[in-house]
Design a protein around this ligand. Sequence first.
Ligand SMILES: O=C(O)[C@@H](O)[C@H](O)[C@H](O)C(=O)CO
Length: 474
Amino acid sequence: MSLLNDDFLLTTPMAKKLFHDHAEKMPIIDFHCHLDPKEIYENKNYKNISRIWINEGNFGDHYKWRLMRANGVPEDLITGDGDDYQKFLAWAGTIEKALGNPLFEWTHLELRRFFGINDVFNTKTAPAIWEKANQLLATDDFKPRNLIKRSNVQVVCTTDDPASDLKYHKLLKKEEDQNGFKVLPAMRPDKAFNLTDDGYGDYLDQLAKVSGKKITSFKSLVGALRQRFQYFESLGGRLSDHGLNFFHFVKASDDEMNEIIDKARNNKQLTKTEIDQYQTMLVEALMHLNKEFNWTMQFHMNVIRNANKPMLKSFGTDGGFDSMGTQPDLAQEFMKLLMDAQEEDQIPKMIIYSLNPNDWMELATGMGDFQQDGVQKLQLGAAWWFNDTFSGMKKQLTIMAEESLLPNFVGMLTDSRSFLSYPRHEYFRRVLCNVIGEWAERGQAPDDEDYLGKIVEDISYNNAHDQFHFFDQD
Ligand SMILES: O=C(O)[C@@H](O)[C@H](O)[C@H](O)C(=O)CO
């Protein structure tokens, strides 16, 4: 079977029918990514393929950066100011060794789907691919908005701080009809959780300024965040997103919260209990806001971030120095949160991603304790980050099916910083169709293309369309 042929990953007749006649045609709703709305608005061509593939300054694809480092590529040819062509050759030399890693397939998919280049990418073919790709990158077809359009994307949800003015979302909203897709903000209030950061007090001041709400207490902090929910909502926002690197459920009174905020603002030492209390109560307050606004709350949990401290100092965050978290009781602690919120019927729609697949069964079965008020209110999120692999996707789909109702799943997202990453949706849809096709092959599912095809179309698009109600105001 040739590399990435039309039926790659599809091993049964039903899988092939499900993908080619049902999944492939469905539009994309990419409800979590890290694309920069400014870049979408400015819509400028990339100088060369290294800039869109590897890095533009400190922004870029840390998945690639990790592999290049593993292959001994010096940092100046990764995120540094080394020659772009040499970076490209270094990436070719890395991909030659990436068999079995998703980036091997992603890289070749991107060359095929966007550039029409079907060659195997390696150090021998790299020079010709560099020339052809760069010629194409200079054309209108490779401007960011056309890359989105060519990928049949209807919605891009970016990742935005509550204090953001959403300037470019406002500008893009005016051109939505012309573009044929929406660029919508998803609120990521992680900075409001960073009690121990030197800039915590300044951040609260920034939040107070943009919200017009003085922040003198926990209640007024929540009031300021509520104003930002209103603002994001006015620009089509329908999701929040939370990085819970670790989590311990510890409640606190309003008075205790006020004291914690005051200590943090004055850079006073906080105890572990105080940090856990603040995180717990702020998460619960955000759950209430998501419930009130009928948003979906995403959690990205169990992560060790910025493990390489010298590189954090020299490069900053999101540099490819994060890894799977090892808090063994995080799912148990999260269950305490859900149990507490359920007492007041304050659990919103949720999608929960853990970077540690050891949490998945606890989370998937735990969510089953609270599935009330709507179809699949709580979902195990798509295989995330280091799990975004053939085996990781298959595992998540299987657990979602075995512990709940896979046909209700809202499906895939790119979670990417590159405009070339939309083939990750194709990859996911192929894995999905193959999982269901295998069930039919084994007699675990009816050999009924209409029935199975509807399920595939729903997971690929319809469920996300209905869950996030992005199009209500159209
Ligand atoms: O949203 C997250 O926490 C992660 O997606 C994280 O930002 C990471 O950089 C990423 O993009 C993984 O794909």
